[in-house]
Design a protein around this ligand. Structure first.
Ligand code: PTT
Ligand code: SF4
Length: 622
């Protein structure tokens, strides 16, 4: 087998044992790597209904055939597990030296099982694995943890760690890496904490396997220059991801005050121009010439690395327009190791619930000092922080009083920073994202607002969501590789199958990836269904308040507008029809069979007692 190492490292934390296993070429070609590998392994190895924070859940660190090779932006690692927030398959995509070091150590997959008896970290060095005490690191933030481990193992060592949020099993705790990278929004950090695993350190000395190393090197070095030049010319990384904030505000697509508004006159104080002017340092992932990590100083004078999602959710969404205060909240989320999107959305739900009289409390929109206290209380699970550590949906279900309607989440995961009250296609993208409301699955908002009719519910939007889910799942999350050269600079999508072919000696085209993307999306939804057997199409709805006239802006370019339920249902019908799923949003047996998921379809109907429709629902006249 070329391109893949073919090796799995299985580590049992309870027994402090490890063994090397192998996967074959058929498995590799069917699932590619990254998300594909993780999804299939978790489907096969996790019992349905397993406690996501119990020892029987498994934590996976997964790479793929182009991970760590010398090509543009190939420094990404997938972390995956069953999520304690959504109760289904979850993953995150992190820039890390782990990508290179783990491939050099000879592995594409590491599976952590069980639970360590006491806090520890694991050091993987080629064929050796050491289980080391982390008593001194436990209770420390991710910045200090990283510094200590980097001091011990060197600057190029691959290091993944959790902060106090992961230790205390905050349901949206992330895994952190390098100076400013974070991933695993749906609580992968909490799974790591539940295993008493503070950190993973990796060093490897072997060659990364490739079918044609010479061609890879020549083409990779040339393309690193090409992408670097494209970035310079477009000036994209001057503002990085936060360039989109001003556009969202202008287009009335910004989450302001828990999505109750979509624009704000003070939003400019946090926009890309302001954050790039305040820049004090720049960070990036390995093998990247775009380096989009912009660090600014926070209120306390600490370096805080910001991206659009962080700014949007901790700034306008909480009506905090003081750049340094927003940066402090961002720094705290990074240090405690919790997701900025879910933290921002859970805090804004709380302020909203108080405002609406659903609960009592002393937190108001715009109160940055109290927001910082609450962030600390969440990470340490103190007082009200214990409720807010569960995310907006679970907290709303406890509080009641109709507050679930404005918990801004889908399938339990909070929406990234796009206000979709009048953006039906992006609402569909969030609703149907099989891991919960994450923009990484399909970001159609720019297509929708620039090139199609806003407020329309046509089949083209459902098709666009499906197309993006296909590409993103199979190429970017499974190779795995950063999507920014393609999405931000327009570097041709065809490059990715070509690099895959150089790495593996194949002759794949984009169509092969599309088909794999459909397989992955069917199994992702099957995973959700197996864990939630009573599921129906409402699991693919965006937050209910988007359908309520109460959410409509009073003025501005979308005054009086909101989503319409009957039309959204039509859009969802188009989506299911394109996918070959039934009316409840469950992949039909026929569809699963055609995607090479015959065995999984059997397992699904047994485990979830789901009688799958044989014929996908058609839409008359379409
Ligand atoms: C990602 C999600 C994002 S996506 C952002 S900002 W973005 C938030 N970043 C956080 C952070 O920072 N600290 C923190 N404590 N929580 C955070 N939560 C949020 O997490 C990230 C970049 C970005 S910046 C984006 S869009 C792209 N995402 C990619 C993706 O998903 N797939 C892919 N193949 N390529 C991508 N490239 C870009 O990577 P999650 P990172 Mg992250 C500090 O992982 O779980 O998917 O959450 O990975 O290395 O930090 O790079 O405007
Ligand atoms: Fe990492 Fe940004 Fe480079 Fe992507 S563009 S690899 S997220 S630094």
């Amino acid at each position: 087998m070329k391109g893949w190492t073919g090796n799995i490292l299985r580590i049992n934390l309870t027994r402090q044992t490890f063994k090397k296993e192998h996967f074959d070429e058929a498995f590799a070609r069917k699932w590619i790597g990254g998300r594909g590998f993780a999804l299939k392994i978790l489907w096969d190895e996790l019992k349905p209904g397993v406690d996501a924070l119990g020892p029987d859940n498994k934590l996976l660190v997964v790479l793929g055939p182009v991970a760590g090779v010398p090509m543009p932006n190939s420094g990404k690692t997938i972390v995956a597990a069953k999520s304690p927030l959504t109760g289904t398959y979850a993953d995150g995509n992190i820039g890390s030296h782990v990508t290179i070091q783990l491939r050099k150590a000879g592995y594409d997959i590491v599976i952590f099982e069980g639970k360590a008896a006491a806090p520890e970290y694991v050091f993987i060095q080629d064929d050796k694995v050491s289980f080391l005490p982390a008593t001194d690191l436990w209770g420390k933030g991710t910045f200090e943890t990283h510094k200590v481990l980097e001091g011990k193992y060197g600057k190029t060592a691959g290091i993944l760690s959790i902060g106090q949020a992961g230790e205390n099993k905050v349901l949206y705790a992330v895994v952190r890496s390098m100076e400013g990278r974070a991933g695993g929004r749906p609580g992968i950090g909490a799974v790591m904490g539940s295993k008493n695993l503070k950190a993973i350190v990796v060093k490897g000395t072997k060659e990364i396997p490739m079918a044609d190393p010479k061609a890879m090197k020549e083409r990779g070095l040339a393309d690193l220059k090409t992408v670097g030049a494209m970035d310079k010319k477009s000036q994209w990384s001057v503002q990085g991801t936060n360039a989109v904030l001003a556009w969202c505000n202008e287009m009335a697509a910004l989450p302001v005050r828990n999505h109750r508004h979509s624009q704000h006159p003070e939003a400019w104080k946090l926009d890309g121009q302001r954050t790039s002017e305040a820049r004090v340092a720049t960070y990036g992932c390995p093998h990247c010439t775009m380096r989009c990590g912009i660090a600014i100083l926070d209120k306390e004078g600490r370096e805080s690395e910001i991206d659009y999602e962080n700014v949007g959710m901790l700034g306008p969404n909480l009506e905090i327009f003081d750049l340094k205060q927003m940066a402090s909240l961002n720094y705290m989320c990074d240090d405690y190791g919790m997701d900025t999107i879910s933290a921002g959305a859970t805090l804004s739900w709380y302020a909203d619930a108080i405002d609406q009289g659903a609960t009592r409390g002393d937190f108001k929109f715009g109160d940055a000092e109290r927001a910082k206290q609450l962030a600390r209380m969440i990470a340490l699970r103190e007082g009200i922080g214990d409720l807010l550590a569960q995310g907006s949906l679970k907290a709303a279900r406890k509080v009641g009083n109709h507050s679930e309607a404005y918990a801004m989440q889908c399938k339990g995961l909070e929406l990234s920073a796009y206000n979709c009250k009048f953006v039906p296609g992006q609402a569909l993208a969030f609703g149907t994202s099989a891991i919960g409301a994450h923009h990484k699955e399909a970001w159609i908002i720019t297509y929708e607002l620039k090139f199609s009719e806003r407020g329309a519910y046509g089949r083209d939007k459902a098709q666009k969501v499906v197309d993006l889910q296909r590409i993103r799942s199979s190429i970017f999350e499974s190779l795995p590789i950063c999507r920014f050269p393609w999405i931000e600079l327009g570097w041709d999508l065809k490059n990715y199958p070509e690099y895959f072919n150089v790495a593996t000696g194949s002759d794949w085209t984009l169509d092969d990836f599309t088909k794999t993307g459909d397989r992955l999306y069917a199994l992702l939804k099957a995973f959700w269904t197996r864990e939630h057997p009573d599921t129906d199409r409402t699991a693919d709805y965006p937050p209910r308040i988007y359908f309520d006239p109460v959410i409509a802006d009073k003025d501005g370019i979308i005054a009086g507008k909101h989503l319409e339920l009957d039309k959204y249902d039509q859009l969802l019908d188009h989506y299911y029809d394109i996918r070959g799923w039934d009316k409840r949003g469950v992949p039909t047996r026929k569809t699963m069979n055609s995607l090479g998921l015959r065995q999984e379809a059997e397992e699904l109907s047994k485990a979830a007692k789901v009688e799958q429709d044989v014929v996908p629902m058609g839409i008359p006249g379409v």
